[in-house]
Each structure stands twice: as structure tokens, then as C-alpha cells.
Design a protein. Structure first.
Length: 279
């Protein structure tokens, strides 16, 4: 993996942690998620006339990805309803590299060197260590853990689907923007059905936050999908999960969540795994 690709994926991690913080802090997370998704969809729709249509071979992957993203969004909203950022985010993001590592090697036949496998393992171990943060993990019910694990499974599924789909699309930007243009409608429909008045009020009051949040969401995932064209899927996914480190720092500095030496060690493990990918 080149330094340029690595830098872009790390920047994507920063943007991803940022919009998750925005969703967590909002009073109505379903409305906020739908608002961000609507902004992403509008950006995608506006950009579509200027980009080529993805190759027909990629459309089945696009439609499957829309369904998987809807599951991801609904599970993430529920996870943040019941759990904290410092609990939910590490569990949700930590399951993806582990699942994708096995799938990429044993199903897709992608070759990963021993060093790269060790880097993925180190990052994953550090991420899972972050979820065992004393009272944050044991002081709550298992509901946030269940929804966070479900979220992580959807992440692995749509990451794999999009990683394959973009390779058939002929253009990574087209694939991402078509995905954003399509995926907003199912969640918007569900939210309109459940909270029509709240959604409209949120659009009026929070558009200054929703617009940059939606742009962060589009840019963050678009960078990752593009990177998958140039590096192994599992490796890109693992480096992207360094967003857990950023989210952990945000939970400490912004949300004032408690931290421990064990927590800091886990953060260092993730950072070491990312550095190892460049050695």
C-alpha cells in the first residue's frame, strides 16, 4: 500500500469518527441519521449527470449494498440509543476486519503476506480490547453489544459487496455516488413513516450540521471504496478501523468519558498495526 493511499484511508477514518460523534450527540438519532443520509443522497443525485453510469455487472452489487446499508444504519441507531460512543464504536468497527480477513483469504483467494495478516490481527485485537472498558461494558445491558455486533456484521457485508462491485463498475466515484443516491430512500421512508414532524423540524433546525455531516459521510466511504481498487479489501478495512482511535479520543475529550491505562494500550496497539502496514 502506497503512502498516498494510506494517508487517504486514515483521513477517511477521521471523517467517519466525526459524523458518528454527531449522530451520538443528537437527541433523535434516527432523524439525524436520515438527515445525513438525505444530504448524501442529494450530493449523489447532483453529481450523477457528470459521471459515467457504472457498468451493468456492478448493479446487482449496488442493490444488495443498499439493503445492507439500511440494516447497518438501523442497527447503528439502536446501538447508540442503548450504548455510549466509547462502547458501541469499537465493537461495531472491530468485527469487520476480522470477518473480512477470513472471507478475503478463504473465499476470494486474495493473497495477504504474513506481515499483513499480523497487522490486521494486531489492529483487530486492539479494537476488541477497547470495548472492555470497565463500567462502560459491564455496567450496561447486552442490548448495545448485540446491536453493535449486528452493525459490525453489516459493515463487513457491505464492505465486501462494495469492494467487489466497484471492481466491475469501471469508475469508483460513479459507484459510490449511485450508491449514495439510492440508499437514502429506504431510511428516509422509514423515518417519514415513524417521525414525519420530527424529521421536517430536524431539517429546518440542523441543516448547518447535516450538510457537512453528509459530505463527511460521502467522502469517507468514497475514499475507502476507491482504495479497495488499489489494495486488498481486508487491509483497507483494517486501516480504516483506526477511526476507533480517533473516536476514543473524541469520547474522552468531547464526551468526557472515562479512560484507563488499558484503554490507552489498546489504542497504541491499533496505531502499531497501522504503522506495520507501512514497514
Amino acid at each position: 500500500m502506497s503512502l498516498f493511499v494510506l494517508s487517504l484511508v486514515l483521513f477517511s477514518a477521521l471523517m467517519h469518527a466525526g459524523w458518528n460523534l454527531f449522530v451520538k450527540q443528537s437527541p433523535d438519532r434516527l432523524v439525524t441519521m436520515a438527515t445525513l443520509d438525505l444530504v448524501s443522497g442529494v450530493i449523489g443525485i447532483v453529481a450523477l449527470p457528470f459521471l459515467p453510469i457504472p457498468h451493468p455487472e456492478s448493479w446487482p452489487y449496488l442493490f444488495v449494498s443498499v439493503i445492507l446499508h439500511l440494516g447497518y444504519q438501523l442497527f447503528l441507531v439502536k446501538a447508540y440509543v442503548y450504548g455510549d460512543l466509547g462502547q458501541v464504536y469499537p465493537i461495531a468497527r472491530g468485527t469487520s476486519p476480522l470477518l473480512l480477513g477470513f472471507v478475503s483469504v478463504f473465499w476470494l483467494g486474495e493473497g495477504l503476506s504474513t506481515k499483513m495478516m499480523f497487522a490486521i490481527g494486531l489492529i483487530t485485537l486492539g479494537i476488541f480490547s477497547l470495548m472492555f472498558r470497565g463500567k462502560i461494558f459491564f455496567g450496561h445491558t447486552l442490548r448495545p453489544v448485540f446491536y453493535a455486533l449486528g452493525t459490525g456484521s453489516f459493515i463487513a457485508a457491505y464492505t465486501l459487496t462494495d469492494g467487489l462491485g466497484v471492481r466491475f463498475s469501471g469508475n469508483a466515484a460513479s459507484y459510490v455516488l449511485w450508491l449514495m443516491a439510492l440508499e437514502c430512500w429506504p431510511l428516509l421512508g422509514i423515518t417519514l413513516y415513524r417521525r414525519k414532524r420530527t424529521l421536517l423540524s430536524s431539517l429546518r433546525q440542523n441543516w448547518k450540521f447535516a450538510v457537512p455531516g453528509g459530505m463527511l459521510s460521502v467522502s469517507a466511504y468514497g475514499i475507502v471504496v476507491w482504495a479497495m481498487q488499489h489494495s486488498p479489501i481486508a487491509l483497507v478495512s483494517a486501516i480504516r478501523e483506526s477511526s476507533v482511535v480517533i473516536a476514543a479520543l473524541m469520547s474522552i475529550w468531547i464526551l468526557k468519558e472515562e479512560t484507563t491505562a488499558k484503554h490507552l494500550i489498546a489504542v497504541a496497539m491499533v496505531a502499531a498495526g497501522v504503522i506495520l502496514t507501512r514497514i
